[in-house]
Design a binder for this molecule. Structure first.
Ligand code: FAD
Length: 325
C-alpha cells in the first residue's frame, strides 16, 4: 500500500473542499480499500464522508429518495421499499454478502469499479487502469466479460446489481458540487467504454452523489430481479434481469427491463419492452420478446454462452413478474 492522508469531513462544505483538492471520498470503504491494497487505486488523500446528512430513505406518493450514505442492508430491509419497489430490495439482497451490505453505501455501490481480473491485476494490460496499455481480456480469459456495449478498448462488465434496477426504473442520480446540484438520469450516468474506458461515469472530479430518486408508478410494485451466477451467493452476475410490468385485464400496459452481467453498463432493453407493451400476457410473448435481449451482442472467445443465457434470464423474469399476485 502507498502512503496517503486520511481525514474525516465534519460537513458537506469541508468534504467538497477536500474533493476539489483531489481527495477521494470514502463511505463504506468496501471497494476503495480493496483497490488501494491491490494498488489499482493510489489516491494521495482520502476523506471520510460518513458524517454528511445523506442517510434518509424518504418514500412519498410520487417518488422514493435514497440518501447516498444509506447502507445497502437498510434500503433492502425498508418495508416501503420492499412493498413498492421489490426489484430494488431483491437486487440488493442478491449483492455481495450480509456483512458487506451492512457497510456498503448506495453511492459507493454506483461508483464501484469493474471486477475484471485484468483490471485488478496491476501487471496486466488494462486501458481502464492505464489508458493506452491495451486490453488483456479481449484475447485472454473472458468468460465473465461483456457481450454488449463493448469496444476494442474494454470489455469489462458493470458489476452493480442495484444499478441495473435503477436504470430499469428511470432513477435519477442527484449530485452536488460548489456550483449546485445536477440531476442525471441513471441511464446516462454510466459511460460505455468507447475509446476512453477510464471514464466510467458522469461524475465530475470532486462532485458528490447526494441521493438517488426513483419515480413511483403502478408497475413498480410488480417488479423483481433475477440473478444467474456460478454459485448461489456471494458472486457477481453472469446475467441478471430487472423487470417491472404494468398489467391491466391481462394485457401489458407498461414494461421496464434492464440486464446486468452482460454489458459494460447497466443495459436497458427497450426492444424487449416495446415487444410486450399492448399485448396479452402469454408464455409465447415472453419468449418472443426475450429473443431481443442480446440484440447487437458481440461475443468474445469465451463468453458466447451469455447470448442465450441473457435471453432465457429475461424470459424467465418476465414470466415470474407477470405471475406476481
Ligand atoms: C467480495 C465482494 C463481493 C461483492 N459482490 C457484489 C455483488 O454481487 N453485487 C454488487 O452490486 N456489488 C457487489 N460488491 C460491491 C459492493 O456492493 C461495493 O463494494 C459497495 O457497494 C461499495 O460501497 P462503499 O460505500 O463501501 O464504497 P466505498 O468503497 O467507500 O467507495 C467506492 C467508490 O465510490 C466513491 N464514493 C462513495 N460514496 C460516494 C459519494 N456519495 N459521492 C461520490 N463518490 C462516492 C468513492 O470515492 C470510491 O471511489 C461486492 C464487493 C465485494 C468486496
Amino acid at each position: 500500500m502507498f502512503p496517503f492522508s486520511f481525514t474525516r469531513a465534519a460537513d458537506e462544505q469541508s468534504a467538497l473542499a477536500a474533493g476539489r483538492s483531489g481527495a477521494r471520498y470514502i463511505a463504506g470503504g468496501t471497494t476503495l480499500v480493496d483497490l488501494m491494497r491491490e494498488t489499482v487505486e493510489r489516491p494521495d488523500a482520502v476523506v471520510d464522508i460518513n458524517a454528511l446528512p445523506y442517510r434518509d430513505i424518504d418514500l412519498q406518493a410520487g417518488r422514493l429518495r435514497i440518501g447516498s450514505l444509506v447502507r445497502m442492508s437498510d434500503l433492502a430491509a425498508h418495508p416501503g421499499v420492499r412493498r413498492e419497489f421489490p426489484v430494488i430490495a431483491q437486487a440488493l439482497e442478491l449483492s455481495a454478502s450480509a456483512q458487506l451490505r451492512n457497510m456498503a453505501s448506495i453511492g459507493g455501490n454506483l461508483m464501484q469499479r469493474p471486477r475484471c481480473l485484468y483490471f485488478r491485476d496491476v501487471s496486466a494490460a488494462c486501458n481502464r487502469r492505464n489508458p493506452g496499455s491495451g486490453c488483456a481480456a479481449v484475447g485472454g480469459v473472458n468468460r465473465l466479460h461483456a457481450i454488449l456495449g463493448t469496444s476494442d478498448h474494454c470489455v469489462a462488465t458493470h458489476p452493480s446489481d442495484l444499478a441495473v434496477a435503477l436504470v430499469a426504473l428511470d432513477a435519477v442520480v442527484i449530485t452536488r458540487d460548489g456550483g449546485g446540484d445536477r440531476r442525471i438520469p441513471a441511464g446516462q450516468f454510466f459511460r460505455q467504454p468507447g475509446t476512453t474506458p477510464d471514464v466510467e461515469h458522469d461524475l465530475r472530479a470532486g462532485e458528490l452523489i447526494v441521493a438517488v430518486e426513483v419515480p413511483a408508478g403502478p408497475e413498480m410494485r410488480r417488479s423483481g430481479y433475477l440473478k444467474v451466477r456460478d454459485r448461489q451467493s456471494y458472486e457477481f452476475a453472469l446475467a441478471s434481469a430487472a423487470v417491472a410490468l404494468g398489467l391491466t385485464a391481462g394485457t401489458v400496459t407498461a414494461a421496464r427491463v434492464a440486464v446486468g452481467g452482460v454489458a459494460t453498463v447497466p443495459w436497458r432493453l427497450t426492444a424487449v419492452e416495446q415487444a410486450v407493451i399492448g399485448r396479452p400476457v402469454s408464455p409465447a410473448l415472453w419468449a418472443t420478446a426475450a429473443a431481443h435481449a442480446a440484440d447487437g451482442a458481440k461475443p468474445l472467445s469465451g463468453n458466447g454462452f451469455k447470448v442465450e443465457l441473457v435471453r432465457r434470464t429475461v424470459e424467465r423474469q418476465l414470466a415470474t413478474v407477470a405471475a406476481m399476485p
